[in-house]
Design a binder for this molecule. Structure first.
Ligand code: BG6
Length: 452
């Protein structure tokens, strides 16, 4: 572009694209045709909405690898990456497909496929509620979403509670045949969704008796992975649009995996659309940057998947199923109980505010929970945080522990509690400050802080 005389004010790819479109308009193309010509020269992922001073009543947009939708209003039309941005104005949306371009004026919308042929895409009516997009009494959306967890979990488990059991149909019409015929599970996801998958592995292997691997989607998609077509591919994604997870799903299919299941929070998003079976979490709109209720609703969905698999593979009997259902029924109340600890957590937060580093420890299925805790702390406070399986403490990280290093421990009253207690003793011996999440009634000791 520089050779053509364009002067750059930034080093962003966005500016390159703007100049490229301008270049094609200078050859006599209108805005849409210039955009269509420009995207053919692009590689990678993009979601573009373009305006030109020359055609101020027209918007052109293009999508590849990133979410983009068109909202259809009365005498007005919209482009957005997420329904929540436009739901106050319209609920009627067209989800653009990979390679699509579109042209919008106030009165009309035209959509074109990757070969620039005009196409008719389905119009969806979004069910996102306006109330879910308002802050209400909360200080910020992350706080609101944390407090929405009892409701979000209750909604996600509602179908199982109403049915009085864990039916394969929770995952789609054909789920019984598919889930009953698999020999293992391969979970693919990114970020928090990956940690939900890591947690589920403990359940799937212990309760359903099936081998389960969990892999970060951006690693899986670029390696020569070994594929067993009898293994079910489970993708987990709040948004349903994460490019690495989508590409990992495509790659798994290309390796011969025939059966795929998506656990997702956004209906009609790309990943569930590309999957054979779907389970929608019902967390509601996620506005906050950090995933909170999305994570716990994913866990609720994955637990339901585990019990369904356990039933179909003869590992969960009717009595155990009833017991799991009863435990699930109590989950929203238990979460509310934990949320009631907020004043105590605020006191802890003040102690953390001046720290540079923190360690999170857990064992068993609470190790991925520790990973998620560390991710939340670094993402939101910019405090460096790492998580370790507590048994690994002695193999290196213990050397970092001193009075300046807060150590957060997840210590529920399970069969690993005694092991975790001895890890806490190691921290104490090095003068470390312990912050312990334990079950109510678990013995506490004088020199640690505990949330029960
Ligand atoms: C990251 C978000 O960009 O994407 C995380 O910051 C999220 O919160 C991750 O877990 C994966 O997103 P998704 O939508 O695929 O679950």
């Amino acid at each position: 572009m520089a050779a053509l005389g364009y002067v750059f004010e930034s080093q962003t790819d966005t500016e390159v694209i703007a100049h490229l479109i301008h270049h094609h308009m200078a050859q006599g193309r209108d805005l849409l045709a210039a955009l269509q010509a420009a995207v053919k020269e692009l590689t990678g992922a993009y979601a573009l909405a373009v305006l030109s001073r020359r055609e101020p009543d027209r918007l052109a947009c293009a999508r590849m690898g990133c979410p983009l939708l068109v909202g259809l209003g009365e005498g007005e039309n919209f482009v957005a990456s997420d329904v929540s941005a436009i739901v106050a104005a319209t609920r009627r949306v067209i989800f653009l497909e990979e390679g699509d371009t579109a042209e919008l004026t106030r009165g009309a919308v035209r959509v074109f496929d990757a070969d620039d042929r005009e196409v008719a895409r389905e119009v969806h009516v979004s069910g996102v509620s306006l109330a879910s997009l308002e802050l209400g009494p909360y200080r910020h959306f992350m706080q609101k979403e944390i407090h929405e967890q009892p409701r979000a979990i209750a909604d996600t488990i509602e179908a199982a509670i109403d049915a009085g059991g864990f039916e394969p149909a929770l995952f789609g019409a054909n789920a019984e045949a598919v889930l009953g015929g698999i020999a293992g599970v391969q979970i693919l996801a990114c970020g928090t969704s990956y940690y939900a998958g890591l947690t589920a592995r403990y359940w799937i292997e212990a309760i359903a008796g099936l081998p389960c691997s969990v892999e970060i989607a951006s690693e899986y998609r670029y390696r020569d992975a070994w594929a067993d077509p009898r293994h079910l591919i489970v993708t987990i994604s709040q948004s349903g649009e994460t490019l690495d997870t989508m590409e990992a799903l495509k790659y798994a299919k290309s390796l011969g995996h025939r059966h795929t299941l998506s656990i997702c929070n956004v209906p009609e998003s790309a990943i569930p659309r590309a999957s054979e079976l779907v389970c929608y979490t019902r967390a509601g709109a996620e506005i906050g940057v950090a995933s909170t209720k999305a994570f716990t609703t994913q866990l609720a969905a994955l637990f339901q998947l585990t019990v369904v698999l356990g039933k179909l593979h003869g590992k969960v009997n009717a009595e155990q199923e009833a017991d799991y259902l009863e435990q699930l029924r109590h989950l929203p109340g238990s979460i509310q109980h934990a949320l009631n600890l907020e004043p105590q957590i605020q006191v802890w937060a003040e102690r953390f505010a001046g720290k540079q580093n923190a360690l999170f420890l857990g064992r068993g299925l609470h190790y991925p929970i520790a990973l998620e805790g560390a991710l939340k702390l670094k993402e939101i406070s910019y405090i460096h945080a790492e998580a370790y399986p507590a048994g690994e403490l002695k193999h290196g990280p213990l050397a970092l522990v001193d009075a300046a290093m807060p150590v957060v421990v997840i210590a529920p009253n399970d069969r690993l509690l005694e092991k975790v207690k001895s890890n806490m003793q190691e921290v104490r011996a090095r003068g470390g400050e312990l912050f312990v999440f334990a079950d109510h009634g678990t013995a506490t000791s004088a020199n640690r802080k505990a949330c029960t």
